[in-house]
Design a protein around this ligand. Structure first.
Ligand code: MN
Length: 203
């Protein structure tokens, strides 16, 4: 699987077929999510930087420069969503899930007290996030932490290293699960997490 570039204002191809995540995520959900929602964030970002001094900048620069600036709120929201989605696609793979291995398994044991505790805490955080947003596993001061961000907010502006994220905007699951967010999350963790990608983010 070739890695999606995280620092460009482009719509990446999905790293798997449109129906590859079924039955956890339907082809219909994935198609809307990628070719409508993600695509719109890319197009909006491109339009908002056109003719400004953001033009020609890489995505991470645009995100960091617009963060916290009310004059650039729309740009930040769209640019951060470009990044968050490019990251999210890679957090999943067909026949994923299960327990992580390698360095990550050791860190999960040390920082959460084991995989069961980690998955419980991650799902709980994502279930209770109010409204739209993302739940992340990040590396912060050499420790694993679970972080909730609302709307388009992203851990990179806080200097945290993102390792894993799940999208809990309704557009990520509503076609398949309606209001049953906890069911989407449980199956997402059990069947889809791409631990190879997560491990690769440890550097
Ligand atoms: Mn989304």
């Amino acid at each position: 699987m070739s890695k999606i570039k995280l620092n460009t204002i482009t719509l990446p191809d999905l790293p798997y077929a449109i129906d590859a995540l079924e039955p956890v995520i339907s082809a219909e959900t994935l198609k809307f999510h990628h070719s409508k929602h993600h695509k719109a964030y890319v197009e909006n970002t491109a339009r908002l930087i056109e003719g400004t001094d953001f033009e020609g900048e890489e995505l991470l620069t645009v995100i960091n420069r617009s963060a916290g600036d009310p004059a650039h709120a729309a740009l930040f929201n769209n640019a951060a969503q470009v990044y968050n989605h490019s990251f999210y696609w890679q957090c999943m793979k067909p026949n994923g899930g299960g327990e992580p291995e390698g360095d990550l398994a050791l860190r999960i044991e040390a920082d959460f007290g084991g995989y069961e505790k980690f998955s419980e805490t991650f799902i709980e955080a994502a279930t209770t996030l109010f409204g739209s947003g993302w739940v992340w596993l990040v590396l912060h001061n050499s420790k694993l932490e679970i972080l909730k961000t609302t709307n388009a907010d992203t851990p990179i502006i806080y200097g945290h290293t993102p390792l894993l994220t799940v999208d809990v905007w309704e557009h990520a699951y509503y076609i398949d699960y309606r209001n049953r967010r906890p069911e989407y999350l449980r199956l997402w963790v059990e069947k889809l997490i791409n631990w190879d990608f997560v491990n690769s983010n440890l550097g």
